[in-house]
Design a protein. Structure first.
Length: 235
């Protein structure tokens, strides 16, 4: 598939331009850890990144689903990070109404003793989605347990953006000595009863000019992204 090969090629090229530290994220599905170590996901230090493809099966309300996709998390120079969580959920079999809730978990770590994760700038999120018949999608991100605005549930294909959220009191090296920021990116899909096998919640990802990371098309994905978190460190 052209879009998929384009995405993977650009992800591979980007990975070559950034240091590779191997600090993997983790993924939960309906509260069960499916990828990585959910109790203590890997921490990305400044200049670090994590990237992986994933594929696993989920059973919900007796229905069987296949979850596939990719994630990419980066914490480059300058302290502004970005994450890209792109799962596709496909109904394999079953007739019940069902929900598949996915959480990508990733720690970010700034070694400076006075780093500060608080706003400004505000934290923002965007959900780009194409939905099969009878499906809905919602998205919400959390930093150290503090929630951003929820998107959805949405029943129509499109691009949805939540208002920016200012966060204060996040863990930081200056105030509480904890220099690790925990990201929990949640995307939740619902499937109506008697949905046809093969029903997929998916999205073609456009090419935002403002980020190199998302400069790729990938058919069949949900995209949830957070731009604009910042760690202020001493010079």
């Amino acid at each position: 598939m052209h879009y998929q090969s384009s995405f993977l090629s650009k992800m591979a090229l980007l990975a070559l331009t950034l240091p590779v530290f191997g600090f993997s994220a983790a993924i939960e599905a309906n509260g069960t850890c499916e990828v990585g170590t959910c109790a203590s996901p890997g921490s990305i230090p400044l200049h670090g990144n994590s990237f992986a493809n994933f594929s696993f099966n989920v059973t919900a309300s007796g229905d069987s689903f296949l979850v596939t996709g990719s994630y990419f998390n980066t914490f480059p120079s300058g302290g502004t990070g970005l994450f890209f969580f792109a799962p596709t959920v496909e109904l394999l079999s079953g007739t019940a109404a069902a929900t598949v809730s996915l959480d990508m978990l990733q720690d970010y770590y700034a070694v400076a003793p006075n780093n500060n994760w608080d706003s400004p700038p505000p934290y923002g999120e965007t959900l780009q989605v194409v939905l099969g018949a009878g499906t809905t999608a919602s998205a919400q991100a959390f930093y150290d347990g503090q929630s951003l605005s929820k998107i959805g549930p949405e029943s129509a294909s499109g691009t949805y953006t939540a208002p920016g959220t200012s966060l204060v009191g996040l863990n930081d090296g200056l105030n509480d000595g904890n220099a690790t920021l925990l990201l929990d990116a949640n995307v939740t899909f619902t499937f109506a009863a008697n949905s046809a096998p093969g029903t997929i919640a998916s999205a073609p990802t456009p090419e935002p000019a403002e980020t190199m990371l998302l400069g790729a098309g990938f058919l069949g994905l949900i995209l949830l992204k957070i731009r604009k978190f910042r760690a202020t460190t001493a010079s």
